[in-house]
Design a protein around this ligand. Structure first.
Ligand code: MFK
Ligand code: FAD
Length: 502
């Protein structure tokens, strides 16, 4: 049999291993407190949390429909590691940091840096955290009054025993992208001003959440509803149980059998009289949940960049251990070229996503200019759709860099690829987000594009100070102006086409 065994790639502190992340933070957020927190968290991720993430993967959730005596209970049983992730998330402030704003306009960059380190080891706990963050953002923007003030304080707390997560129930069988015509769920008004929801939610992730934001159509006295987007309102519902242990107004139909994200339950839910409160004006549901979409799409982009970073870190480490043709992989120029290409993609993704986080932080701390606001609206879908695609390509290439071992399940590597595949599907598919980019251009009369080109030129202006680059910068500036004219015309045409198609 022989005595040779392949060496395992070692996960080192993902913060200390990431020169780009540290360099970026040193430039923008040089506070010692943030550095030492990220360093300590990185140590914890490598030595403790990564093992829990693996436990979540090998102990997926299961649904228990009935108790031993035949009563319907609909219990989603999750692993102890999944529950530890919840406590850890509260303790480490993975949602709270964004709302405490201790680092002012840089608080989002700090929060997202922590999530970036955490994500590939989190056993997909980043999914409920994204939706929790999104729900807190929606509630904050609507106003912290009853009945959601208590929910907000629980979503943003650092105390594990008080911490709540939220679901985001939008997709129904008829339409996940086309929520406007696909939503059949109705909200029946009650005499006390609350509602009861009846409908079927086709995909609900991290369904062990404590509450959810969802969309439904308010019924009038005759039972009629308004079709399309103008008939949708935003609702808040708590997931709770009656004295008999039965879910109030919800039946868990089944758990989805998924390609990836297996660590986390995704359920089909029958809403059968779920008690709920309307949060938006009637007919303003989509516009009101848009804040949640912005936050979850940014989280998605962070997860995509983080998956790329993780596979590159592991592949680099492996290249220092594995020998082929008489030398280490790192001494094969062709292999290093492959790793270098992955590194470039990862860096590009990281910088794009961090720019979006920076803009979000500026907007939330009241520092954003109009240009910043336009850029945030434009770059959020761009970053989500682009990094989602990059993640699949880079992680796939990354698996190949381990040779056959990259295909072997208990190395933990294949899960990275499975989980990357969802990033371009949920929270808006690539094409749907492309249309969202056009929507943002159209609604702003082209101002978002103008903001983009102004921003690109200001970045170039920085480079023109480096004298060897000056002629190139001048040429690119000219090209950018021409491109802006061209893109504005194309966008106007595309918008006209969209209106025709609608
Ligand atoms: C690891 C990280 C993981 C992250 C968590 C993942 C968990 C999984 C969770 C999910 O997948 S949840 C389901 C996510 N579903 C989607 O993302 C739906 C995809 N479809 C779209 O995004 C459609 O574009 C959309 C449903 C929003 C279109 O709806 P409409 O009703 O056809 O759009 P319309 O009429 O253009 O817009 C209605 C209003 O919303 C308008 O405002 P006004 O009423 O004030 O005019 C729009 O401006 C506004 N709006 C739409 N999209 C917006 C937006 N506002 C800001 N930002 C946006 N992106
Ligand atoms: P469709 O809308 O039917 O899209 C099918 C195809 O058509 C796509 O390629 C799409 O790009 C394309 N398409 C659609 N419209 C257009 C158009 N106008 N122009 C061009 N192309 C178009 N949803 C929730 O609400 N909550 C959750 O927690 C949740 N969790 C999920 C977990 C997982 C693991 C998965 C896979 C999905 C989850 N979803 C959730 C659902 C997800 O958000 C939807 O699947 C997604 O938005 C796409 O909707 P759909 O499945 O109806 O696809």
């Amino acid at each position: 049999i022989g005595s040779f065994f392949q060496e395992t790639p070692v996960l080192k502190n993902p913060f200390l291993e990431d020169a780009l992340l540290r360099g970026y933070l040193r430039r923008h957020l040089p506070q010692e407190a943030a550095f030492s927190d990220l360093c300590a968290f990185g140590e914890r991720v490598a030595n403790e949390v990564d093992g829990w993430g693996r436990e979540c993967e090998v102990t997926p959730p299961r649904l228990v429909h009935f108790d031993p005596w035949g009563r319907r209970v609909d219990h989603i049983v999750t692993s102890p590691a999944w529950k530890r992730m919840k406590d850890l998330s509260a303790q480490e402030g993975l949602v709270a940091i964004g709302y405490e704003r201790s680092f002012g306009e840089w608080s989002r960059v700090y929060q997202m840096s922590k999530l970036y380190i955490f994500s590939p080891s989190s056993g997909l706990y980043t999914c409920p955290l994204a939706m929790t963050d999104g729900a807190a953002k929606v509630i904050q923007s609507i106003g912290l009054s009853w009945p959601v003030d208590e929910a907000y304080s629980r979503l943003t707390t650092r105390q594990p025993e008080r911490f709540w997560t939220s679901g985001q129930w939008m997709t129904e069988r008829q339409g996940g992208s086309d929520v406007a015509s696909g939503t059949e769920t109705v909200a029946v008004p009650q005499t006390d001003g609350s509602y009861k929801l009846h409908g079927f939610k086709w995909f609900t992730s991290a369904t062990d959440a404590d509450m959810a934001l969802t969309l439904a159509r308010v019924q009038d006295r005759t039972g009629a509803t308004t079709p399309g987007s103008r008939g949708l309102s935003l609702f808040y519902g708590e997931v709770s149980r009656d004295e008999g242990g039965r879910l109030k107004g919800i039946e868990v139909q089944r758990l989805k059998d998924k390609l990836g994200t297996r660590q986390m339950p995704t359920a089909e839910l029958l809403l059968d009289g779920l008690p709920a409160h309307r949060l938006s004006e009637e007919g303003k549901g989509v516009a009101s949940i848009a804040n949640m979409l912005t936050i979850t799409r940014i989280h998605n982009s962070i997860s995509a960049a983080a998956a790329m970073r993780r596979v590159v870190q592991l592949a680099r480490d492996y290249a220092t251990r594995r020998t082929a043709f008489g030398k280490l992989l790192k001494d094969h120029p062709l292999h290093m070229q492959t790793l270098a290409r992955m590194e470039v993609e990862t860096r590009g993704a990281f910088l794009l996503v961090m720019e979006v986080c920076r803009l979000l932080g500026r907007e939330e701390s009241g520092m954003a200019t109009q240009l910043d606001a336009h850029l945030l609206r434009l770059l959020t879908p761009v970053a989500k759709l682009y990094t989602g695609k990059q993640a699949v390509a880079v992680v796939s290439e990354g698996l190949e860099s381990f040779g056959g071992q990259g295909y072997i399940e208990d190395t933990g590597l294949p899960g990275l690829l499975r989980d990357a595949q969802v990033l371009s599907i949920w929270e808006g598919t690539t094409n749907v987000l492309s249309l969202d980019v056009l929507r943002s251009v159209a609604r702003s009369s082209g101002m978002v594009l103008h903001a983009y080109f102004t921003h690109a030129k200001s970045l170039l202006a920085g480079a023109s100070n480096v004298s060897p680059l000056a002629p190139a910068v001048k040429a690119v500036n000219g090209a950018l102006s021409e491109l802006e004219d061209f893109v504005q015309i194309a966008a106007t045409r595309a918008t006209g086409y969209l209106e025709l198609a609608a």
